[in-house]
Design a protein around this ligand. Structure first.
Ligand code: CAA
Length: 305
């Protein structure tokens, strides 16, 4: 059987949080590729897989897929444990990194990935705002010049592939080209996202790309409205839900994304543009200081049981 255009025979997903688990699910269920799922925390992997199995079961109960399709999708996912490390991903043709929004962490991972995995594999980041060009530079070993053929080949494999939460539900993937990304990498990454059932938009590599450069000031402004006492939490969210037909109000959406993630993205926007319009609100900073990260920690603007 001939391979689809993306030519991905095995995908690796780095990080088994809500994004990584969702990416593993759509890759296995929709694109039907075997997935290697790796997270340094076995507890996180277990939690992610339990959630993924629940989503497959729900799809079966709703008659969208058969139980054998669900079983096949689950069986295509293999957990690569901590002992195997990144070496356990060496057979992947594409790696999608979905760890937390931390530039140093991503740079360290891409430097290691470029060494450990198949030298032709696409290295994609699901970052919501961090420069793909910076990540691509980090993939080049220190003793290799960025302008050499070898340096260009390594960094040309790096691309931004930004999924949205909840990944199984949201129809979009934002494709971001680093300055170094090759056309072949872009074409194959796009084709893979389409095989996962997603529509693709393209953004230049600017802080926050299109999605978060527009969404985060909106969320931040809503938090500032709350901070200034202009309206209550419920009135802010209800205004946007009922007045503008948004599925969630901005404060509920911030909780859903994670307040720590919102703050990390806003700091990237603020530091990357040096534009005061992106300055995170003090209330958001304090809530993150307090460990109130939103839905995932049980408390944010709302309480969750
Ligand atoms: N994971 C997977 N599926 C989920 C889910 C989750 N965390 N939460 C809800 N769903 C599914 C439900 O199972 C349900 O599926 P079925 O139709 O198969 O039953 C479907 O979503 C609808 O759920 P509900 O009926 O329970 O609730 P709802 O109608 O209120 O929809 C929602 C929930 C889809 C999350 C909707 O509120 C929504 O679209 N919210 C906005 C989400 C959004 O804006 N996401 C983007 C965030 S930004 C981002 O991700 C990128 C970034 O860089 C920060």
């Amino acid at each position: 059987m001939s391979l689809p255009h993306h030519a991905i025979r095995t995908l690796a997903v780095l990080g088994a949080g809500q994004m990584g688990t969702g990416i593993a699910l759509v890759s296995s269920l929709r694109a039907k590729v075997p997935v290697l799922l790796h997270d340094k925390s076995p507890q996180q992997t277990k939690k992610g897989l339990t959630f993924l199995e629940k989503l497959l079961e729900k799809d079966v109960n709703k008659g969208r897929i058969t139980s054998s399709e669900a079983k096949e999708a689950r069986d295509r996912i293999t957990v690569v444990g901590e002992e195997a490390g990144l070496k356990g991903l060496r057979d992947a043709d594409m790696v999608v990194e979905a760890v937390s929004e931390n530039l140093e962490l991503k740079q360290m991972l891409f430097s290691n990935l470029a060494r450990e995995v198949n030298p032709n594999a696409i290295l994609a980041s699901n970052t919501s705002s961090i420069s793909i060009t910076k990540i691509a530079s980090a993939a080049i070993p220190k003793d290799v010049s960025a302008a050499s053929e070898e340096g260009k080949k390594i960094s040309g494999r790096v691309v931004g592939l930004h999924f949205f939460n909840p990944v199984p539900v949201m129809k979009l993937v934002e494709l971001i080209s680093a300055l170094q990304t090759s056309q072949d990498t872009l074409d194959r990454a796009r084709s893979f996202a389409v095989a996962c059932g997603k529509e693709v938009t393209v953004s230049k590599d600017v802080p926050g790309f299109v999605s978060n450069a527009l969404l985060m000031p909106f969320i931040n402004e809503a938090i500032m409205h709350l901070e200034k006492g202009i309206a209550t939490r419920d009135d802010i969210d209800t205004t946007l839900k009922l007045g503008m037909n948004h599925p969630m109000g901005p404060l509920q959406l911030a909780d859903f994304i994670g307040l720590d993630t919102c703050l990390a993205i806003q700091e990237t926007l603020y530091n990357g543009t040096r534009d005061s319009k992106y300055r995170p609100s003090v209330l958001l900073e304090r809530m993150v200081d307090a460990g109130w990260y939103g839905k995932k920690s049980g408390k944010g603007f709302y309480e969750y049981s």
